[in-house]
Design a protein around this ligand. Structure first.
Ligand code: UAG
Ligand code: ATP
Ligand code: API
Ligand code: MG
Length: 487
């Protein structure tokens, strides 16, 4: 239970109707979850408008309604509050309701098209290894110290988010590392949170289905930095064209990392091999277990953030060099097998190019690169031809397949991918909508020392088809096929 007045702290109200001296039993923004004494926030969504469900919320027992416009009929027994922006108000209300846990934690948010999970996971592992109790909010899993909590989104909704932060605080966490997706910024899921620091990894093509233009997408990421407090740090990848854009209007302490420019945390790649990365950081040469140039950026971002959080730089490097990274990110399957099979979460053109670039650097002779790739249904369609084009240009053979077709026809998605394949490259490609068959075919085509890249699903353990998540795990399938066919 909480006093209504307390949970409205810092919410800008435009009008109130009814008794303001009430207690609220809980909060919800989905009418279906409302029970007696709840406060319901009506939020405009992308498919429907929460304002249409105010009567449902009242029927389910809501005591308080927060909305942008009042419903046609008002129930005298209920308190109505109007606000300018109910999504933003929901964030602030959720933070207040759970006792503003983010104020009592060192909360660091990571945004960018690629590298958020890797960076946040490395920070969580690093700070754990340095002796701190930590929380993690990521695409793969949420963690309250060692306890796993299922992740449904990259960034949870404000109620789940603040509830998790509260549980982390109660479990003794001092540090929390979280991914901040552009959807979350745009939908105000992080409103009302207090960040100690923010990291920007990069921005490239993705999510244009949602943001419509690349400029809107950049603006969503920038908003995260614009809203940081002056006591926070804003750490950006200066080698990304938009790194400095993120810092333009921030009040936070501006910091940068990178490999090419003058930056606060500079690195240099000495060796990049299938065994890992050798980097010069802070005048020290250190080996890391992560593979690929792009991971040099992730490691530098993590290093910079750890130093900005007050950790000793040498200790940070010592601990960081032992870490493995996130599951399903450039993960070698059955190391030592006759063929090299890599499972990776590359689901954007840039990520796919980076991963294939990295693979190209490891080629020593005539080995072939065989790529298995698909594109998600009900998601940004413009990346489909681009991803197929990159896969063909940078591989010897490509099996075009399905990656969570959702409500779309798998073969239609593949057809759209094929529009990016040049006629001269068409002979390299095979179409196999069934992902298990596609992986099997890649394994059958592979000769000794060939490299198979299975891209797009990484850690995911399902294939989503028409609203149903069917169990499916790239790593499990490729392991089975390698044992059966190759070894
Ligand atoms: C496009 C998008 O982001 N949608 C998110 C959004 O839902 P929505 O806007 O579609 O909501 P809606 O169905 O229109 O409903 C509007 C409002 O009416 C309410 N409602 C609805 C029905 C009802 O009976 N009663 C009721 O009160 C809803 O609770 C909601 O408040 O708000 C919901 C609650 O927070 C999210 O679960 C939902 O995520 C969907 C499932 C989703 O797939 N999101 C993806 C795209 C996403 O967010 N991805 C990013 C990662 C992207 C990255 O890779 O960077 C993430 O952070 O996970
Ligand atoms: N710094 C980086 N720059 C470019 N590509 C990267 C970087 N880090 C990782 N990648 C590639 O992007 C893929 C996704 O990485 P990761 O899961 O860390 O990103 P993410 O931002 O969390 O993605 P999502 O938005 O889907 O949650 C990796 O599998 C790898 O192919
Ligand atoms: N966070 C990303 C994940 C994409 C993963 C890929 N496997 C797919 O389903 O398209 C998104 O929502 O676009
Ligand atoms: Mg992620």
């Amino acid at each position: 239970m909480a006093e209504l007045k307390d949970i409205l702290y810092k919410v800008s109200l435009t009008s109130t109707f009814g008794n303001m001296n009430v207690e609220v039993s809980n909060i919800a923004f989905d009418s279906r979850l409302v029970k007696n004494g709840f406060l319901f926030v009506a939020v405009k969504g992308s498919t429907s408008d929460g304002h249409e469900f105010i009567d449902k919320a009242v029927a389910n027992g809501a005591a308080v309604i927060v909305c942008e416009t009042l419903p046609a009929t008002i129930n005298e027994k209920i308190t109505y509050i109007t606000v300018k922006d109910s999504a933003q108000s929901l964030g602030i209300i959720a933070a207040n309701f759970f006792g503003s846990p983010s104020q009592k934690l060192k909360l660091v948010g990571v945004t960018g098209t690629n590298g958020k999970t890797t960076t946040a996971t490395l920070l969580y592992q690093l700070f754990g290894s340095l002796g701190h109790r930590c929380g993690l909010l990521s695409t793969v899993v949420n963690k309250i110290v060692d306890k796993d909590v299922l992740a449904t989104h990259t960034t949870p909704d404000p109620i789940q988010l603040n509830a998790l932060l509260k549980q982390m605080l109660e479990a003794g966490c001092t540090h929390v590392f979280m991914e901040v997706s552009s959807h979350a910024v745009d939908q105000e899921r992080i409103a009302g949170l207090h960040f100690t620091g923010a990291i920007f990894t990069n921005i490239t093509h993705d999510h244009l289905d949602y943001h419509k233009t690349f400029d809107n997408y950049i603006r969503a990421k920038k908003k995260f930095f614009d809203e940081l407090s002056s006591s926070a740090f804003a750490l950006v990848n200066a080698d990304d064209k938009r790194g400095m854009v993120m810092l333009q209007n921030t009040k936070a302490r501006k910091q940068s990392f990178g490999l090419k420019k003058m930056v606060d945390f500079k690195g240099k790649i000495i060796t990049n091999s299938i065994e890992g990365l050798e980097l010069e950081v802070n005048n020290k040469i250190v080996w890391f277990k992560l593979i690929g140039d792009f991971n040099a950026y992730n490691l530098l971002g993590v290093y910079g953030a750890a130093v900005l959080l007050g950790e000793d730089s040498d200790e940070v490097l010592r601990h960081l060099s032992n870490l493995q990274g996130a599951p399903g990110r450039f993960e070698l399957v059955m190391p030592g097998s006759k063929v090299i099979a890599i499972v990776d979460y590359a689901h954007t053109p840039d990520a796919l190019k980076n991963v294939l670039d990295t693979i190209a650097q490891f080629r020593t002779g005539n080995e072939q690169v065989i790529t298995v790739v698909g594109c998600g249904g009900n998601r940004d369609k413009t990346k489909r031809p681009l991803m197929a084009s990159i896969a063909c240009r940078m591989s010897d053979k490509v099996v075009l397949t399905s990656d969570n077709p959702r409500d779309e026809e798998p073969i239609e998605i593949i057809r759209e991918m094929q529009t990016g394949v040049m006629p001269s490259e068409a002979r390299k490609t095979l179409v196999m909508a069934d992902r298990e068959e596609a992986i099997k075919t890649a394994c059958m085509m592979a000769k000794e020392r060939d490299i198979i890249l299975i891209a797009g699903k990484g850690h995911e353990n399902y294939q989503e088809i028409k609203g149903i998540k069917h169990p499916f795990d790239d790593k499990e399938v490729v392991t089975r096929m390698l044992k059966l066919i190759v070894n």
